[in-house]
Design a binder for this molecule. Structure first.
Ligand SMILES: Cc1cc2nc3c(=O)[nH]c(=O)nc-3n(C[C@H](O)[C@H](O)[C@H](O)COP(=O)(O)OP(=O)(O)OC[C@H]3O[C@@H](n4cnc5c(N)ncnc54)[C@H](O)[C@@H]3O)c2cc1C
Length: 427
């Protein structure tokens, strides 16, 4: 068994695909009785060993789909294993959509929510903020429900819980009426984007940019709602999304990997291929694009106020020390929330993500960037590579103790505490 990037490899004793909530309960009760461990896997798109176990692994791939829609409240309850690509179409069929999404749609909804997966846009929180009720099977094998009004403390813990409280079986999502988006991709200079960042964030629904290492160039992605019909020229989208961003980029990665001396030249060339591109479609078809080039990733959340300094230090370190990485660094902006383990807990935030081709070593690069992020109050994305364990995480999260208390109540026997989760939450 491997994660998406192939960096993690493990062999569970057993993989179960339950099809009912009663079957999920039975799996937990049996594991508890026999003193065994359980980990959950969604689509295996995390880079940290959250799903690694030599014991039982449970997948909800056979527990997907819509449970019901509350049209008046614009809320949809879905089974936790539902993949985001299916969810987009299901919601669209009911005239609904998610207010925001990340870059891809391969994840399960429970997996995405459990790690605080996010997109960009200073008017939007991460995907966990779109959840209004959660149903889970805890470590006692009991079904527990929570929301802002029912067990609100447990709800705020469960919204980002990395599979440590139990197996989420259903999520109720606050949706919005279906809408269309216009995406505009452009090339710009880093200096100009940084000088106009506040306006760009204020004037556009969703703004992000990618900086090409060791160059002055960035690719900007600006997204706004539109009444225009979906663009029929889908070959242009294919050229941008598949040919340029995937096949062409894959070739560039291979060249830089085989001939490291060419890395800076290849990064400059990749930056030069960025050109104006416009796409209009239903929201769930605009937010996400396929990612066919495999990489490993580190992503940290930093307070928005600290972002200019973090950005400056990252650029300075990369320009001085980087000889092998040509993947652009992704910069996104997210609204703060009140979820105990959300990296955006109680602060408007920026996220900076660094990627390394899957065949290359990332340790020195990620180590240097992590030191910069941590010096500015950084909190790691739970699903992306970082080196933090419980003592540092306690310092990062003011309500870390509340989370570990609730974890111990929901799973006193540590059914869900794998070796890796022990390093995060173990007593
Ligand atoms: C190509 C790529 C692009 C990405 N883009 C983004 C992005 O734009 N924004 C972003 O924030 N992140 C992004 N990520 C990270 C990704 O969204 C997260 O790692 C997410 O958790 C993966 O979802 P998954 O379904 O694969 O979950 P997995 O990685 O399989 O699991 C994640 C966690 O959820 C737990 N879990 C799964 N199902 C359940 C359940 N039913 N109950 C309780 N716990 C459960 C698992 O045990 C684990 O702890 C990206 C990752 C990749 C590989």
């Amino acid at each position: 068994m491997k994660n998406w990037s192939g960096y993690l490899e493990w062999t569970p004793t057993r993989i179960s695909y339950p099809t009912t909530e009663a079957a999920i309960q039975a799996l937990v009760q049996t594991a508890r009785r026999e003193g065994r461990k359980i980990r959950l896997i969604g689509s295996g798109h995390s880079f940290t060993p959250l799903s690694v176990t030599t014991d039982n692994l449970i997948s909800l791939d056979h527990y997907q789909g819509l449970v019901h829609v509350d049209a008046a409240r614009q809320q949809a309850t879905v089974r936790a294993g539902t993949k985001l690509h299916a969810l987009g179409d299901i919601l669209h069929g009911h005239g609904l959509a998610l207010a925001n999404m990340g870059d891809i749609n391969a994840q399960s909804i429970a997996g995405a929510v459990s790690t605080g997966t996010h997109g960009t846009g200073t008017g939007f929180g991460n995907m966990s903020t779109q959840v209004v009720a959660i149903r889970l099977v805890n470590g006692h094998g009991e079904v527990v429900t929570c929301s802002a009004t029912e067990q609100p403390e447990l709800f705020r813990a469960a919204q980002v819980s990395i599979g440590a409280l139990g197996i989420i079986t259903e999520l109720t999502l606050q949706c919005v009426p279906a809408y269309r988006l216009e995406l505009v991709i452009d090339k710009a200079s880093l200096a100009e984007v940084l000088a106009t960042l506040a306006e760009r964030n204020a004037n556009h629904r969703n703004f992000e940019f990618y900086w090409f290492p060791n160059t002055p160039h960035v690719m900007t992605k600006t997204v706004n709602t539109t009444a225009a019909p979906p663009d029929p020229h889908s070959w242009r989208d294919y050229l941008q999304d598949i040919v340029l961003e995937n096949y062409g980029f894959h070739l560039a990665c291979e060249i830089a990997h085989r001939f490291p001396a060419l890395t800076h030249a290849v990064a400059r060339f990749a930056a030069s291929t960025t050109s104006h591109h416009r796409k209009v479609n239903h929201s769930h078809r605009v937010f996400t694009t396929p990612r066919l080039v495999k990489f490993n990733e580190m992503e940290y959340n930093v307070p928005l106020a600290a972002y200019p300094e973090v950005q400056k230090e990252v650029v300075s370190w990369v320009n001085k020390n980087n000889t092998t990485v040509m993947f652009p660094l992704e910069n996104r902006f997210v609204q703060g929330d009140d979820i105990f383990l959300s990296p955006a807990y109680q602060r408007d935030s920026a996220y900076v993500a660094a990627h390394v081709y899957h065949k290359a070593d990332f340790k020195a690069y990620f180590g240097a960037l992590e030191a910069i992020f941590l010096a500015h109050g950084g909190r790691p994305h739970w699903g992306k590579i970082h080196t933090l364990t419980q003592p540092q995480l306690r310092d990062c999260y003011p309500e870390f103790g509340t989370f570990t208390r609730l974890r111990a109540e929901q799973d006193p026997d540590g059914v869900f505490l794998s070796g890796y989760l022990q390093t995060l939450f173990g007593e």
